[in-house]
Write a protein that binds this ligand. Structure first.
Ligand code: FMN
Length: 359
């Protein structure tokens, strides 16, 4: 019975999205590898691109480059914008002094990071007509959702609680992405003040979201192999999104030091930190993350902290030095394999599929 339900859920999600298997690439801003996306899409899964850091022209170029390599399914993802940050010059000064121990001197102006214009990014995404556009950190407005749908694009929101799932469901999502607290990268929580205090794991979250929403659910967080995929599908998910599990793929192109560290990162070696951007995300507990925790210094709000850490992060990435790299990773980091992404996705799906039909 359970096996039949899994099979029909997966089939529905694949039919809806034009995919042939449910192992999808999680959107990962800062890892904009067209090749990684194309390999997943060409294997029959859904590719993705996290566009939050990209100027509109870069979004257009990325999509064109993807389309020249794959005709497969594509998700574009963006964060719902925040109110302007409350600046605290004394806090910024202390943070600049701290960061000077971890990279080049930080200038006053580094704090003045201006994110790309959301409306222009949104226009660029809709113009590219991907399979799906998803929000993180909140919901799009009804007007924006209507634009997505009238362009024939599927719409999805990322949620981290049952309450958020109910809100998302009311907006008429075609799919709901459920992000468990195991997940690598930023937590997609609607209210940032709840991101730390309300941390729900995927085992509790997926079935209870499935019970209250009327669309298929995509599970993300800690999924990286056939066992974790099968578990998420058994809990009620119709597809899975894998982030960290694809970061060791050669085509992901991340610094070798980060990829190497992922291979030996146990669940307890990751932690939630605001130290890179000012927003909470799950990272490897690197020396920098550990020192910031130990120092007790409060990170500046987003995007000020992101601006202040920019030089440290880019220098460390160039120097392949894990100490200052923004080393996002989920709690299943050690399950990530160093192999081409299409091979990993198909290996996982073949194993799960064999269990589904073999019973
Ligand atoms: C490097 C990195 C960047 C990420 N960027 C985004 C993003 O731009 N938008 C988003 O919704 N989620 C982002 N995430 C979260 C993923 O979409 C996904 O929820 C997470 O990777 C799932 O957990 P896993 O890493 O254990 O597979 C990011 C995750 C990582 C590891």
């Amino acid at each position: 019975m359970l096996i039949n339900q899994i099979g029909s859920r997966v089939k529905n999600a694949c039919n809806l999205t034009g995919t042939t298997h449910p192992i999808w690439l999680a959107p990962m801003a800062g890892v904009p590898s067209v090749e990684l996306s194309a390999n997943i899409a060409n294997s029959g899964g859904m590719a993705s691109c996290g566009t939050i850091l990209m100027q509109p022209e870069a979004i257009t170029q990325w999509c064109q480059s993807f389309k020249s390599r794959s005709k497969g399914a594509l998700q574009l993802n963006i964060w719902v914008p925040d109110a302007a940050a409350q600046r605290n010059i004394a806090q910024e000064q202390k943070m600049r002094e701290f960061l000077a121990n971890w990279g080049p001197e930080v200038d006053n102006e580094d704090a003045n990071l201006t994110p790309p214009n959301f409306d222009d990014q949104f226009d660029a995404m809709v113009a590219q007509a991907p399979t799906l556009i998803s929000s993180s950190m909140g919901l799009f407005s009804q007007q924006q959702i209507a634009r997505i749908k009238s362009a024939g694009i599927l719409y999805s929101a990322t949620v981290t609680t049952v309450k958020e799932a109910i809100q998302a469901n009311k907006t008429g999502c075609d799919l709901i992405i459920v992000q468990g607290s195991e997940a690598g990268g930023h937590r997609a929580t609607f209210k940032q003040e709840e991101a730390q205090s309300v941390c729900v794991g995927l085992l509790s979250l997926v079935p209870q979201v499935v019970d209250v929403v009327s669309c298929p659910v995509v599970a993300a967080g800690g999924i990286a192999d056939a066992r974790t995929t099968f578990a998420a599908l058994a809990l009620g998910a119709s597809a899975v999104q894998i982030g960290t599990g694809f970061l060791r793929c050669p085509e992901a192109g991340i610094p070798e030091a980060w990829a190497r560290e992922i291979a030996s990162t146990r669940p307890e070696d990751t932690t939630l930190t605001k130290g890179f951007s000012g927003r909470l995300g799950r990272s490897i507990r690197t020396d920098y993350v550990h020192a910031l925790e130990a120092d007790g210094l409060t990170p500046c709000p987003y995007p000020v902290q992101r601006g202040l850490t920019g030089k440290m992060r880019s220098t460390a990435a160039k120097q392949n030095d894990i100490k200052g790299i923004q080393a996002w990773a989920g709690q299943s980091a050690m399950l990530a394999r160093n192999a081409p992404a299409d091979e990993i996705a198909l290996r996982i799906w073949n194993e799960v599929h064999a269990s589904l039909i073999g019973s």
